[in-house]
Design a protein around this ligand. Structure first.
Ligand SMILES: [Zn+2]
Length: 285
């Protein structure tokens, strides 16, 4: 994708290198040391009249990270931020066409573990969207995982993953997510899983819709769509299934087969409309 020099999203929260409460100081040094540190900080603060430089507080993580990323990772962070900005622009326009206002989601970059309104997640979960705080969470190491573990290399494979998660945001602000969650709570597990598959395939469809407009803007490069299709296939069904505790929409649930995921992505890519993506009322899932 031609992304260099394009606008980066201002809705990116960089939490890389941030330690979680309890795991940081408590876990690393032990409770006793924690108490000593707190007393020491308080005493020093008292003596210096409160002008001490802020010691990073694990319960109140700052977004100013001292995290040292490699040059490669920094470029990836910029790429992801541009992709996110492009989803903002495309969806703002599509929503405007329908007379609606697009509410921007957030994007949280993290390393290792992260706290979300959907609970604590680790990078083993894979990228996910949390409807509770309307944020997409991603550990950038997933890019390497895509290449090595899923055999889905290429920048547009990563772009597809982001666009898919944004697809869940679209579902959330359109009310689809709530409707489906309500239905899922009163049907059998098998039926609930089927609804999950329909949700996932629709998110793939929305990712395709986004790619449709990226293509229109001449931002696609040779092989980009193949990269996305390959990634859609690679993350088919249980490929990302690891841990999923506490999520309203677990991305580790069944996602549909590789064939289905490719087909719905491509359908969105060809159509470019919201309407054609009704995966809930179709005999041809
Ligand atoms: Zn998903």
């Amino acid at each position: 994708m031609k992304w260099q020099g394009r606008r980066q999203s201002t809705n990116v929260e960089d939490r890389r290198g941030t330690k979680l409460s309890g795991t940081a100081i408590g876990g690393g040094l032990g409770g006793g040391a924690l108490v000593i540190i707190i007393i020491l900080v308080l005493v020093l603060k008292f003596c210096s009249g409160g002008d001490l430089p802020q010691i990073p507080n694990s319960t109140n993580p700052t977004t100013e990270s001292t995290y040292q990323a490699t040059e490669e990772e920094e470029e990836l962070a910029q790429f992801v931020s541009v992709v996110f900005a492009e989803t903002e622009d495309v969806w703002t326009e599509l929503f405007a066409k329908e007379g609606m206002e697009y509410i921007y989601p957030g994007l949280v970059l993290y390393t290792g573990y992260v706290e979300s309104a959907c609970g604590t997640a680790s990078s083993a979960t894979g990228p996910f969207y949390c409807p509770g705080d309307q944020k997409v969470y991603i550990d950038l190491s997933f890019y390497e995982e895509l290449q090595k573990d899923f055999g889905a290399p290429g920048d547009f494979a990563m772009a597809y993953v982001i666009a898919h998660e944004v697809g869940h945001h679209i579902q959330t602000i359109l009310g689809i997510m709530d409707d489906v969650t309500a239905i899922q709570s009163r049907v059998s597990e098998t039926e609930a899983n089927e609804y999950s598959v329909r949700l996932e395939l629709q998110a793939d469809y929305f990712a395709g819709v986004w790619a449709h407009y990226i293509n229109r803007m001449n931002l696609l490069e040779q092989g980009d769509i193949e990269e996305a299709l390959n990634a859609a296939s690679a993350v088919g069904d249980d490929r990302i299934q690891k841990q999923s505790q506490g999520y309203v929409v677990p991305d580790s649930f069944t996602h549909g087969t590789s064939e289905q995921r490719q087909r719905w992505f491509y359908k969105g890519f060809e159509s470019g409309t919201i309407e054609d993506g009704d995966t809930f009322n179709t005999d041809d899932l």
